[in-house]
Design a protein. Sequence first.
Length: 234
Amino acid sequence: MSAASCLLTEDQFLCSICLDVFTDPVAIPCGHNFCKSCITQYWDVNLTCHCPNCNSVYNTRPELQVNTFISEMAAQFRQSAQQKASRGCSEQRAAETGEVPCDICTGTKVKALKSCLVCLASYCETHLEPHLAMSGLKRHQLIEPVDNLEDRMCKKHDKLLELFCQTDQMCVCMLCTILDHKTHDVVPLKEEYERKKGSCLPEGKPSSKDAQWCYNRIHTQRNEQMIKHSHALG
């Protein structure tokens, strides 16, 4: 990367719509840049063609042409970030049994430090850096690493299933307790796990797999209850 490009930050090459490094960046008449597909889709779903950043309105949809300079710079930043991530991952310890692996690592999966409730992905120390440095990603909600995060999200409210309704015997989110389960007996999922841990484990089950085995039992019961609940609503 040239000396001039080193003075620039990755934030300057982020699309404000997708919050990622530009892909096929285009400039619109007001001077703001976006990914070509992002601004096209944005205008497709809005009644007027306007800039998402400054709200400049255009009577006719502007013709879009890829900004070659920004495209090349964005590609360099993307390549540099990938190389840095590869070096960082090679120096970190691989996730062991029972630990949540990074969803982004290729090859050896490194232990995840955080999970993102917006991206529905878990990140190791290296791949977590954009969430800590980029202004757009800083707004994402990070939690302690959770395996199979997408399966643990409430399908109705898009919130983490961190509670357990003892009345309906199913996992619920915070919004569920305010709406559909407000009069029910609800406890933290971890508490329910501890309560069921002794009763759901078969004789001779290896202790190193107890936690995952028990969670799978509760998780399966939750899925069955959600299917029954959706059929009842239908």
